[in-house]
Each structure stands twice: as C-alpha cells, then as structure tokens.
Design a protein around this ligand. Sequence first.
Ligand SMILES: Cc1ncc(COP(=O)(O)O)c(C=O)c1O
Length: 375
Amino acid sequence: MAAEFELQQDLIHLNHAAVAPWPRCAREAVEAFAKENTTQGSLHYPEWVKTETELRQFLAQLIKAKEADDIALLKNTSEALSVVAHGLEWQSGDNIVISDQEFPSNRIVWESLQNRGVEVRQVNLASASSPEDALMQACDARTRLLAISSVQYASGLRVDLTVLGRFCRDQSILFCIDAIQSIGALEMDVEAVHADFLMADGHKWMLGPEGLALFYSHKAARERLNLHQFGWHMVEHHEDFDRKDWQIANSARRFECGSPNMLGIHALHASVKLLLATGITKVQQAILANSETLFALIKDSPNLECITDMTPGRYGGIVVFRHKNIPSAHLYRYLMQRRVLCALRGGGVRFSPHFYTPLEHLQQAIKLADDCPPP
Ligand SMILES: Cc1ncc(COP(=O)(O)O)c(C=O)c1O
C-alpha cells in the first residue's frame, strides 16, 4: 500500500481535510486517459461510460446507498448543496437548522434563502448537553430541513448522525449531510442514518481530484427538488438524440445537465477503488488510531493542548491543537516552513492524516510543534 503514495520523503502530509495527494493509481489512470485521448480520441467512449457507471457503483457502495441510481456526479459539495437549497419550495416563515461551526458552503447556501422569508438557525453546538440535543431543541413545527457536517472542518467534532436522522424522520424534517470531511475516511450508511441528501467532493478523504463530487439523494426526497439546469444528459432517454419528447430522468442523473467530467471520473474511480479494496472499515480504524495517537502525543507534550473533542465517537480524522504560549498562526507557519503540510483552522493548527500516514510522521510533526520557538 505504501507504494501507492509517492509523496516526497521530506514532506509530512497532514492535510487530507483540505486537499489530499493522489495515490499512484489515480495518476496512472489520468496518464492513461490522457494518452488515450491524444492517440485514439474518443474511439472507446463506451469504455469511458463503463468507468463512469462503475464509479457510481463504487460511491453507492462507499455510503451503502441502495442503488447507484441514487448517486449524481456534480462539480462540488457547494453545487450539491445549492441543488437542494434552491430545488425545494419554501414558504415564508420556514426555518432551517444548521450549526454555528459549518464551513461557509453549508451556511451561505441556506442564508441565500433569507430573502424568501426563510430563517436560518445557527445552533451553538456547545450550548446543550450534547450537539445532537442542541440541534434537535432548535427545531420546531416550521423547521423544514436540518443541515449538518458529519465532521466539522475546524474543530473536528463528529455528530451522531443516526440520532439526528431518526429525529428528522420522526418530525418530517429533511436531513442534509455535508459529508466531505468523512466520506473516504469513516464508514457511512445513508439508509441507517436516514439521510435525505448527502454530498462530498472527492479531493479530501476520497483522495481524488478537485471538482468532482458525490451527491446522494433518497428517491422520495429527490422528487421534491425542482430543477434549474436542463440539457441532454438529465432526461430519461438521454442517448436518443432524435427523440423530441423528454422527461426528467428517474435517477439522480437528473441533476447532471450535460457531458460528464470524464477526466475527473477516471481519477476518482481509481482512488475510490483503492479505498474499497483496502476496506473502509480498515481505513476508518487506521484513521481513528492516528487521531488517538495525536491525542496521546499532544497530552504528553508540556506545551501543546488539544482543541478537538477527544471523547470516543466525537472525532474523526481531524485533530486541532494549539501551543500554550505561541500564537497558532506562528506555529502554523513554522510547521509549513519545515514541510509539515497542515492548516490553520478553528483557533489552532489542524492535522488530518489519512490511513496510510506513517506513525513517525505524526511523532515528528508533534515534536516540531512542541519545540517551536516563540516568534
Ligand atoms: C465541511 C466542508 N464543506 C464544504 C467544503 C467545500 O467543498 P466544495 O469545494 O466541494 O464545495 C469544505 C471544504 O473545505 C468543507 O470542509
């Protein structure tokens, strides 16, 4: 497996929550696709469509969706969120519940509905006995949708999606999960968590390129979305160009108006295949073990303190910490200058190793942080 990751020896890549490096198989898939394009053009286009079809199957498998028909391939998480927000019909006085920790994409899209009289309730996740309680308590009879990240990008907090999903189903509230910070890292079962919508771009934990995202919609929820983009690809008989009558595709392909991103599809296909071959349970175990190793190393350091909630079940692959005496912006720059690829988030430095990250990289990075001199 190590052979799949060709990062330079002196680089410590702890930034999968931002933009992940590709595995070798993704590079090879892109190289082969480029070569094929230059030498044979689209002679084997049907093979490309097979790769696209298989990618939908892989993604369905990754999130335990009932059918590949529930998967659309969109540009990014933000686009998928917009399809939901602007596909639903809203009444003035409706409200949407989100948390106060969401990445801008999962806030702005809902705020964009405010001019239609829709209220956005941003729940302080630290305010109640549990984040789930806080979110559920913010809902009332006018709540139409609850949108939450599976793992928060800046704190690393992981919520119990099953509890929230069950509540939403019982209250007839739509449940929308921004899962970009967990798909490819943690197990997901969209049926078990009663997800109506789930979206995740490929360039983080799925180890794919930017600009190609998974968008899951439950069949019944999908029917409730009005469409705003139309074209040849989103109709039921999309390969019959002579046909004049048309109807919206039954499958989630209805959200894909035109030609697919075949280049991205070839890359993501290779990356997700690798994750599935490794086994997502194994991937999750390794990622959680990495987080636990970081927690232990931070605890052992006299200078560092953890910001991420270390309670089992409350974290995924993101660990945010700070130095007790040194500003986080300085610590971040210090680490980056020493080729520790990380991020400045949530008032601290964010490390996000993947399943293949060597233990020594975690040890070296924390040692460097611990030894960081004051500015
Ligand atoms: C939780 C979360 N949602 C959405 C995004 C943005 O995703 P995209 O660029 O695919 O729209 C990010 C990116 O960091 C994120 O962390």
